[in-house]
Design a binder for this molecule. Structure first.
Ligand SMILES: *[C@@H]1O[C@H](CO)[C@@H](O)[C@H](O)[C@H]1NC(C)=O
Ligand SMILES: *[C@@H]1O[C@H](CO)[C@@H](O)[C@H](O)[C@H]1NC(C)=O
Ligand SMILES: *[C@@H]1O[C@H](CO)[C@@H](O)[C@H](O)[C@H]1NC(C)=O
Ligand SMILES: *[C@@H]1O[C@H](CO)[C@@H](O)[C@H](O)[C@H]1NC(C)=O
Ligand SMILES: *[C@@H]1O[C@H](CO)[C@@H](O)[C@H](O)[C@H]1NC(C)=O
Ligand SMILES: *[C@@H]1O[C@H](CO)[C@@H](O)[C@H](O)[C@H]1NC(C)=O
Ligand SMILES: *[C@@H]1O[C@H](CO)[C@@H](O)[C@H](O)[C@H]1NC(C)=O
Length: 254
């Protein structure tokens, strides 16, 4: 092989490798860019484990943590009920949500209990219960919030916050959690109207691999091919941007 040919072929190989590297860096960098925190307009910044459907790739979050932006509000769907996300506390894996009906309907009538079975969410502590009863044949003596929109001459629907209240004469009872720490106490609760109480919301805790190590190293977490990944400026890593392991392609050294 003469020098000229040797040289050309090496330039060629170098060029191919360089192009591959550049493409690779570009595509991974793209995922890092794509997974930047986004907000829906109103509400908190949304990042891993949450991801915004139709605006971000599903790899930016954990599979069942998809959020939809609805009229600038971040909406989380759990067991077919929609909740507005009021705040997200990434540092302790919890979020403050309220039933979306409270924002949408003039007279919200939640018909289901909060159902978290088979989800990665659980109810936070410090809850106070607020009850809504539908189609009762009698009205109680204690103060209640009447739901005129769901009542008739003979059947009454109302809400109350008494623990020991009886709902024997009612067709259905729905339990609405209210978190007493977010600007609400039993005195102020009695002065709020029904919609305001529903909007107070409650905390949910979540379970998903935490992102603190990846984030501290400058990365953004994601979930690709059923595996946790840390997207960094250079490429995807397994855990943090400082570990030596890249996910995917290996380099060929000449
Ligand atoms: C969202 O993130 C941006 C950029 O990191 C920051 O400037 C802004 O204050 C954040 N907003 C909220 C509500 O945390
Ligand atoms: C994240 O997980 C690590 C261990 O894997 C733990 O030390 C750390 O406290 C966790 N961070 C949060 C915010 O839960
Ligand atoms: C998480 O942090 C927020 C803000 O500091 C706090 O209000 C909330 O109670 C905490 N959640 C849990 C589950 O401790
Ligand atoms: C209340 O009664 C009305 C009329 O019978 C019915 O249409 C409605 O579904 C009932 N609501 C509940 C929550 O049971
Ligand atoms: C909600 O839960 C309460 C018990 O906490 C139960 O009595 C009630 O029937 C449930 N309501 C519905 C609609 O499932
Ligand atoms: C309840 O909250 C209101 C306003 O949020 C406050 O003015 C009042 O002092 C609180 N009462 C108690 C008993 O904490
Ligand atoms: C509840 O209170 C809020 C704020 O005080 C008010 O805007 C709203 O109209 C009230 N809703 C009802 C049903 O009275």
């Amino acid at each position: 092989m003469d020098t000229q040919n040797f040289f050309t072929s090496h330039i060629c190989i170098l060029f191919i490798i360089f192009t591959n590297l550049a493409n690779h860096a570009l595509s991974v960098n793209q995922k890092f860019q794509d997974c930047a925190p986004h907000a829906c307009g109103k509400g908190p910044n949304i990042s891993y484990p949450f991801w915004i459907r139709n605006e971000q790739e599903s790899i930016c979050g954990y599979p069942s943590f998809d959020i939809t932006c609805n009229e600038q509000n971040p909406v989380l769907k759990i067991s077919n009920d929609e909740y507005i996300i009021k705040d997200i506390f990434y540092s302790n894996h919890s979020l403050l949500v309220a039933n979306a009906a409270a924002y949408r309907d003039a007279c919200p009538t939640p018909l289901h209990n909060v159902s978290l079975d088979r989800t990665l969410f659980s109810l936070g502590m410090y809850l106070s219960n607020f009850f809504i009863v539908y189609n009762c044949t009698s009205l109680p003596q204690y103060p209640t919030y009447e739901l005129d929109c769901a009542s008739s001459d003979t059947l009454h629907s109302f809400a109350f916050s008494h623990e020991e209240a009886s709902s024997e004469t009612c067709q259905s009872l729905v339990d609405v959690p209210v978190d007493m720490r977010f600007g609400v106490n039993s005195t102020s609760l009695s002065q709020m109207n029904y919609t305001e109480i529903l909007k107070t919301g409650f905390l949910l805790d979540w379970t998903a691999p935490n992102c603190s190590n990846c984030e501290q190293s400058g990365g953004r977490c994601g979930f690709d091919n059923s595996e946790f990944v840390c997207f960094c400026q250079d490429r995807a890593h397994h855990k943090t941007c400082d570990d030596g392991n890249s996910v995917g392609k290996f380099l060929i050294i000449i």
